[in-house]
Design a protein around this ligand. Sequence first.
Ligand code: NI
Length: 190
Amino acid sequence: MTVRAVLSIGHPVLRVVADEVAPDDVMSEPIQALIDDLIDTMRNANGAGLAAIQIGATVRIAVMEVEDNPRYPYKPNIPLTVAINPVIEPLDDEVVEINEGCLSVPLRGNVQRNVNIRVRYLDRDGVAHDEVKRGLTAATWQHECDHLDGVLFVDRVTDTSTLTTWESFEAFHRDAFVERITAFVERVGS
Ligand code: NI
């Protein structure tokens, strides 16, 4: 298990469409070692999630975990999740505007995310899952799955005046966003 370097926006690999993992390869040593590195690297950086592409591996694997996250203290907890070949399907048209950050981008900005989604994926044991995710948890899934298609959150920022450094977010935008998103989380429950 190794903390790996996280690629930053501008690195061409972040724009690659990642390859599916063959189900027979899920239990292989290289894939299992990659998953361990993803978890270590995500935790080391206090990320809510990390896609393999962000550490230079162009395969469709993402990890997510939120446990009283200091980068995103308003996010409801997500148990450690390994998503291999995840597929997302919106369940309806409800969207929410979320101020997002990313370990590969030194800015935050507002993006629209679906509130209710269905996710299908394999876990690290190769077991198939078919689940419904809602709210900020659904948004985290959409952010991570975007990475697997070479998409960064900044591509989805339609109002570029919402882009801020983390420092400016803390100084000028955090309180209003946290108030709005906390009410949303209370309504949606996740
Ligand atoms: Ni990201």
